[in-house]
Design a protein around this ligand. Sequence first.
Ligand SMILES: NC(=O)c1ccc[n+]([C@@H]2O[C@H](COP(=O)([O-])OP(=O)(O)OC[C@H]3O[C@@H](n4cnc5c(N)ncnc54)[C@H](O)[C@@H]3O)[C@@H](O)[C@H]2O)c1
Length: 331
Amino acid sequence: MKVVIFGAGLIGKKRGLQLAPHELVGIFDPDQARAKALAAELKTKAFDNEAAALGAPSDVAIVAVTNNALTPVSVKALEAGRHVLVEKPAALSLAELSLLEAASRRTGRAVKVGFNHRFHPSLLKARELVDSGRMGPLMFLRARYGHGGRLGMEKEWRFDPKLGGGGELIDQGVHLLDLIHWFFGPLPLQSSLVRTNFWPAEVDDNAVLTCAAEEGEQWATFHVSCSEWKNTFSLELYGRTGKILVTGLGGSYGKETLTYYQMQPEMGPPPFETFEFEGADRSWELDLKNLVDHVEKKTPLLGDLASARYCLEQVTAAYRANGYLNLPCNA
Ligand SMILES: NC(=O)c1ccc[n+]([C@@H]2O[C@H](COP(=O)([O-])OP(=O)(O)OC[C@H]3O[C@@H](n4cnc5c(N)ncnc54)[C@H](O)[C@@H]3O)[C@@H](O)[C@H]2O)c1
């Protein structure tokens, strides 16, 4: 397929580096210096205006722009006939997400949301173990995800409510909400604590959410933080007869590892197996492959607009319950 990338930042580059076997026809970013530098690195062209990028013959648009521009750029790309891989959270609010859903329906083009964590090998393995039935019915999930920020982060777009839409919850939190949606379906928000502990910002830097089934016993709880100091990813998933522990995501999050504990009929300390995943993070490549397979073979999208809607519903409810009323999602 022919692919065009909007946004020459960190994620535009990560996605551009994992595009093979597809062809990158060019990159657009209003920051032309960035666009040109990335285009040179990826041996493609930099468009000098948005219309040229939208008009260039292509099948897929990757939209890796600041959060405020995710929906507007994606809607234009859909109208131009492209399938879209839009970064999370896909929109700043549920009202904006509705525009994206409507554009996808109107144009008949697919939208994949960049919930690439589903394609980390540990989480694919977790899904395989759950689907194998070895763990029995799922009961609950407990997760932690966080990073330590960087000097001056409070001045970046992520901490500007109009550009980012919120803080840590809408940033890293939506990945955990998407994983909850994947393993349990749409568990609604049960309780939330959202705080601005460390960074001098209008938005949150820490959030603790619990989601729970209205009927039945399944629940999920997590803490996301950008005052975590040591980058951390930990996810535990409990079935009636087994437990999964995932730690690390590679790189600064540490070696990606999954340990599976199999409960015995007599209970007691369970035997366990550990899987270690090394090598490059291929989740960006597999995320795009999922969209291409969906377009070509009608296979299901993993991380779609329904999951983005679930995530934004919980984020909006948590911000509202904690008095973060200045955010676009609560407008
Ligand atoms: N999937 C993940 O794990 C993951 C991780 C980090 C960020 N993200 C998401 O990726 C997106 C980009 O984040 P980033 O870290 O690359 O940010 P970044 O600041 O590094 O890059 C964003 C780029 O978008 C450009 N931009 C803004 N408006 C634009 C427009 N209308 N058209 C084209 N380009 C435009 C900016 O000039 C900037 O160069 C965000 O939505 C973020 O939430 C996803």
